[in-house]
Design a binder for this molecule. Structure first.
Ligand code: MCA
Ligand code: AMP
Length: 508
């Protein structure tokens, strides 16, 4: 046996060639990848990590953070990355649920986690951004840098777990999607071929690395191709514009592209040499697609995926990239559109629930067998919760969501989680949370609250009461206080009515 994911990721790597160019001026070769991931694997073993143990991390984006992911895979562990915006109480839920052997946090936040990790019996280490050999960058990085640079990979097969990524749920409780070595590797191999990545490519990596898009789609695909990244800490328009001349490709959420289009420096000349722009994680408006082509001459390639499934569909690399569609099922992925209630497959062109099956589809939710069973059909198809259709040319269109979900700037926000929190606040009888058009984030979160017994409520008081409970990006950007919520005859809150009423909230 061998280590299925790690071996597969490095199968085309020329060790002397560059893997990443960093914004502190460092160049990282594939040799460095081997060495530094080995150092982390050694450190993890020293920290007691055994095959199958979870390694949770909420750390700033850095090349070393990526090496911690690879080191975990090499040590046979299961990597569990967490959004840096999560508050300590959100993190506590994940640690309690996933029971990791080790939690690595930002050195600046250590005090927030000492108590909870002590209580849960989770070892705590820290890791910041490396500056130089004199400056500490956290306990794990300081010790990792001097750990041995060789490591014998732990044997792991295609079906062993490589990562758990939490996705929120419609009940408000987050579920850990278990991703296997082959879920990740098979998807990366398909995307490399489909999008024609070669070792001559240079990808501009400005995405966060705690989600599927930045961690797997971008990084794994580049590694499998033996290609290179320009790796920057986040999406800042000035930096992206500065880096574009040195890259061949870019992956982003729609907000990246709308922000670039808002900048006059983003021109046809600046992008003339580019080979590929990929968009995903949220719907790309057809008008953005058209404006992008008018401005640059490039057609954005839109694809569709989920944490649970990695990538499912993609517009063609060669062939027509159709605005408003997410293209065709990837090679190896079966996709069908079904009646959400009966599960019957619908005729081509009809709108229903999108279901998928393939090597990309996850192994289930961590310790939630009932939830897992609910979201799979008996024949193994996964019910995505997205509504769509397949047109006469085979292009998949996503037309809506059966799940109550807001996607803001590429981050998923489940209204139920926010509603439960708002309902707990003093003086609140009930609430509804909706997403409405937002010029920058696509959708913006709006809270609508009803006071209990005529109590006086105000937006600021509610916002301050929830400010340390949930990540900032999930908090409503506007709260309305109303006498009652619109309901249908069954008593269900009519969110469509609320969305119409508050449609203009973020109008420019
Ligand atoms: C930041 N803020 C947000 C968001 N991001 N609010 C709503 N939605 C957001 N996405 C808020 C902050 O809380 C802060 O609020 C203010 O905006 C500025 O924060 P800052 O960090 O400066 O924002 P930014 O750097 O401009 O970030 C915006 C961003 C970022 C670049 C669009 O959100 C981003 O990188 N998004 C990518 C997400 C992603 O990778 N998704 C992939 C998921 P205040 O000022 O009030 O404090 S994987 C996935 O979905 C599937 C598998 C797939 O198909 O890929
Ligand atoms: P996540 O749970 O963060 O992995 O988000 C997955 C969800 O993002 C999917 O179920 C879709 O609703 C949405 N999504 C991803 N890519 C696209 C896309 N290209 N167009 C529309 N929605 C998308």
């Amino acid at each position: 046996m061998a280590n299925h994911l790690f071996d597969g990721l490095l199968q085309n790597a020329n060790l002397e060639r560059a893997f990443a160019q960093l914004d502190d001026g460092r160049w990282y070769t594939y040799n460095h990848v081997l060495e530094v991931s080995a150092r982390f694997a050694n450190m993890l073993v020293k920290c007691g990590v055994k095959p199958g143990d979870r390694v949770a991390a909420q750390i700033p984006k850095s090349i070393e953070a990526l090496m911690l992911y690879l080191g975990t895979v090499r040590a046979g562990g299961v990597f569990l990355p967490l959004n840096n915006a999560y508050t300590a109480s959100e993190v506590e839920y994940f640690l309690d649920n996933a029971t990791p052997r080790l939690f690595v946090c930002d050195p600046a936040r250590r005090a927030e986690f000492d108590e909870v990790t002590g209580k849960l019996g989770v070892r705590l280490e820290t890791m910041g951004v490396w500056k130089n050999h004199e400056t500490s960058a956290g306990t794990l990085l300081d010790a990792g840098i001097v750990a041995p640079a060789e490591f014998t990979n732990v044997d792991r097969g295609p079906d062993d777990l490589a990562a758990i990524l939490y996705t929120s749920g419609t009940t408000g409780r987050s579920k850990g999607a278990m991703l296997t070595h082959d879920n990740l590797l098979s998807n990366a191999v398909v995307l490399k071929d489909l999008w024609a990545f070669t070792e001559d490519d240079v990808l501009l990596h400005a995405l966060p690395i705690f989600h599927t898009h930045g961690l797997f789609v971008a990084t794994n695909t580049i590694m499998v191709a033996g290609a290179r990244m320009v790796f920057v800490p986040g999406f800042k328009v000035d930096q992206v514009i500065e880096c574009l001349p040195g890259v061949t490709s870019m992956m982003g959420v729609p907000t990246f592209y709308t922000r670039l289009l808002d900048d006059d420096r983003f021109t046809r000349e600046l992008t003339a040499h580019m080979r590929l722009f990929v968009s995903g994680s949220a719907p790309l408006l057809a008008e953005t697609h058209v404006e992008f082509e008018e401005r640059t001459g490039h057609r954005i390639l839109e694809r569709y995926g989920m944490t649970e499934t990695n990538m499912n569909t993609s517009n063609p690399y060669d062939g027509e990239r159709r605005a408003g569609t997410v293209g065709f099922p990837l090679p190896g992925v079966d996709l069908r559109v079904c009646d959400p209630d009966t599960g019957d497959t619908l005729a081509q062109g009809e709108i229903g629930g999108i279901e998928v099956k393939g090597p990309n589809v996850f192994a289930g939710y961590w310790q939630m067998p009932e939830k897992t069973a609910e979201e799979f059909r008996a024949d193994g198809f996964f019910i995505t919760g997205d509504l769509g259709k397949v047109d006469e040319d085979g292009y998949v269109h996503i037309v809506g969501r059966a799940k109550d979900l807001i996607i803001s700037g590429g981050y998923n926000i489940y209204p139920k989680e926010i509603e439960l929190l708002l309902d707990e606040q003093d003086g609140v009888l009930e609430s509804a949370v909706i997403g409405v058009n937002h010029p920058d984030f696509g959708e913006g979160v709006v809270g609508v609250v009803v006071p209990a017994n005529g109590q006086a409520l105000n937006e600021e008081a509610i916002m301050s009461a929830i400010s340390d409970k949930i990540a900032r990006f999930k908090q409503p950007k506007k709260i309305y206080v109303v006498d009652e919520l619109p309901r249908n005859t069954m008593g269900k809150v009519q969110k469509n009515v609320l969305r119409d009423t508050y449609y203009d909230t973020f109008a420019p």
